[in-house]
Design a protein around this ligand. Structure first.
Ligand SMILES: Nc1nc(=O)c2c([nH]1)NC[C@@H]1CN(c3ccc(C(=O)N[C@@H](CCC(=O)O)C(=O)O)cc3)C=[N+]21
Length: 295
């Protein structure tokens, strides 16, 4: 039976560390790190994430505010908002909550964010720097996954890692991170066109699912003793809940926990780490902004 990679506890310890960093920073006479989140429209999931981010930031002593706009804002106006945040010297970090409405091109907006303030690490400059192992903002979900492994003292040296999902915000940056010299995993990235997916996943010492399909990875696809990380957050209908739904990951938790050595739950796993690592990135953005290079 797998041990639980407890996102609640691990994220709390990351948040405590960031709060201590922020305290030391302000004690040294610097102003608190400043994060601005841009939220377009009223997608309930996005609203919930943004509320969570604000709460975490406040508790860590970070100055965080959400700028809200109607979902009929034009792309030009949104680019104007980004530009103002780019040039505002009191702002350290900018996060534009995704997804954006269909009439706005995500890429144009991400590319417009000053890479030095891109706490999501989604700008091509940061993704490129990550790929070559240069200092960069690391996207919070991949960063959080690696932090979970490190804090749980899970040995990654020589591990076979299989990532299911090739997104620009999870699969690809995680692959780059796991290949780095301090992790030394051997990485396979699978996706919807992969032939005989289970043959790949069954080889994984570390299996990461980021596909967005509830209970997609079943026990028969998992090697005995594997470390299994679930990035999926899927709403599945559940009449027994007040909200009428519950959250399920991409991993069939009940089945897979019997085989894995470690497993992340949903909720209470990777999502909380994502939020915590955003705080870490915001602290680093403040250092960089003040020309104190991030550690
Ligand atoms: N620019 C941008 N950056 C992001 O980092 C970003 C984004 N857009 N758009 C959406 C995704 C998703 N995401 C999550 C953050 C926290 C939880 C989270 O806190 N999950 C909790 C609670 C889940 C719940 O109750 O809804 C958990 O898993 O236990 C989940 C998912 C950040 N994202």
């Amino acid at each position: 039976m797998a041990q639980i990679l407890n996102g609640k506890e691990l994220a709390q310890s990351v948040r405590n560390d960031v709060a201590a960093e922020v305290q030391a920073w302000t004690d040294s006479g610097q102003r608190p790190p400043c994060l601005r989140v841009v939220l377009i429209g009223s997608n309930p999931a996005s609203e919930a994430y943004v509320r969570g981010k604000e709460k975490d930031a406040r508790e860590a002593g970070i100055d965080s505010e959400t700028l809200r706009f109607d979902d009929d804002i034009s792309e030009a106006d949104l680019l104007g908002v980004v530009d103002r945040l780019n040039t505002d010297p009191s702002v350290d970090g900018i996060l534009v909550q995704l997804p954006l409405p269909d009439h706005i091109d995500d890429r144009s907006v991400i590319d417009a964010i000053d890479p030095e303030k891109d706490v999501d690490g989604f700008h091509p400059e940061n993704l490129g720097r990550l790929l070559i192992g240069a200092p960069s903002f690391i996207p919070a979900t991949p960063f959080g996954i690696v932090e979970m492994l490190k804090r749980s003292k899970i040995e990654t040296e020589g591990m076979r890692a299989v990532i299911v999902g090739r997104s620009n915000i999870v699969g690809k940056p995680l692959a780059a991170l796991l290949m780095q010299r301090d992790i030394n995993a051997t990485v396979t990235v699978c996706h919807s066109r992969t032939r005989n997916l289970a043959a790949h996943t069954r080889e994984a010492d570390l299996l990461v699912a980021a596909v967005g399909r509830a209970n997609f990875i079943t026990a028969d696809m998992v090697k005995e003793g594997a470390v299994v990380v679930d990035v999926g957050i899927n709403r599945v209908d559940d009449e027994s809940r007040d909200k009428g739904y519950r959250l399920a990951g991409d991993i069939d938790f009940e089945g897979v926990r019997e085989k894995a050595s470690w497993i992340t739950p949903v909720p209470g796993g990777v999502g909380l780490m994502t939020r915590a690592m955003l705080l870490k990135n915001t602290m680093n953005a403040a250092r960089r902004h003040a020309d104190v290079v991030a550690p």
